[in-house]
Write a protein that binds this ligand. Structure first.
Ligand code: FES
Ligand code: FES
Length: 235
């Protein structure tokens, strides 16, 4: 029961789990709204599954792990769902709220980012005569946003706030680096290749295109320059 062993020795075999929770274990969070499985006010989790405790014979819960609304708090503080329900105005008379909180916790455990439709479908078994449900839906959205923000990765310190400008390779450069179009004299007739690399039969490498050979005044190769020919072969 909420993380600790609780023994019940004197229950009648037909008693409901809701009755045992409230009358024998003193856990009055789950409410008896209808005793017929219609209102959701008695919702608890048994082995991680949401159930209407008014319909569960207590004897079938022996040896299981039961979680009630009293088990949602951590270190004496209400859970994020409970705080959001209060903040969003979902708590009016409060009678339905323990069951509502259990349903929302159960929803978010199975679906961390439910749509509004999925939220409303999950809540369709919880009847509230006061709030109109809008506050509950808003509370779910706020909890989803809070949990996503808490788990968002930190931005990298060295690139934070700096615009990233992609470097576009010039035609035939074969890699990232300064474009041949930006180099002074790029369209000038290049000098003959010193080692015959460009002197292929048929003058293939001697095309005065300024791409194969380093144009005059281009400067020393930078750290990102790659020496590739127009045919993609590595120099
Ligand atoms: S009291 Fe269990 S569903 Fe209403
Ligand atoms: S707050 Fe009153 S029934 Fe839901």
């Amino acid at each position: 029961m909420n993380g600790s062993d609780r023994r019940v020795a004197d229950a009648w075999i037909g008693e409901s789990l809701l009755y045992v929770l409230r009358e024998r274990l003193g856990l009055a969070g789950a409410k008896d709204g209808c005793s017929q499985g219609e209102c959701g006010a008695c919702n608890v989790q048994v082995d991680g599954r949401l159930v209407a405790s008014c319909l569960v014979p207590a004897v079938t819960a022996a040896g299981t792990e039961v979680r009630t609304v009293e088990g949602l708090a951590k270190d004496g503080q209400p859970s994020d769902v409970q705080r959001a329900l209060a903040r969003c105005g979902a708590v009016q008379c409060g009678f339905c709220v323990p069951g509502m909180a259990m349903t929302v916790h159960d929803l978010l455990e199975g679906n961390p980012a439910p749509s509004e439709l999925e939220t409303r479908q999950a809540l369709c078994g919880n009847l509230c005569r006061c709030s109109g449900y809008r506050g509950v839906v808003q509370a779910v959205q706020e909890v989803v946003a809070e949990r996503e923000a808490a788990h968002a990765p930190e931005p990298e310190a060295d690139t934070a706030g700096e615009a990233r400008i992609p470097q576009q390779a010039g035609p035939g450069s074969g890699g990232t680096g300064p474009s041949a179009f930006e180099a002074p004299g790029a369209f000038d007739t290049p000098p003959p290749a010193p080692d015959g690399y460009g002197d292929m039969p048929g003058g293939y490498g001697d095309t005065p295109d300024g791409y194969h050979d380093t144009p005059p005044g281009y400067g020393a190769p930078g750290p990102h320059d790659q020496h590739y020919g127009q045919d993609g072969g590595q120099a």
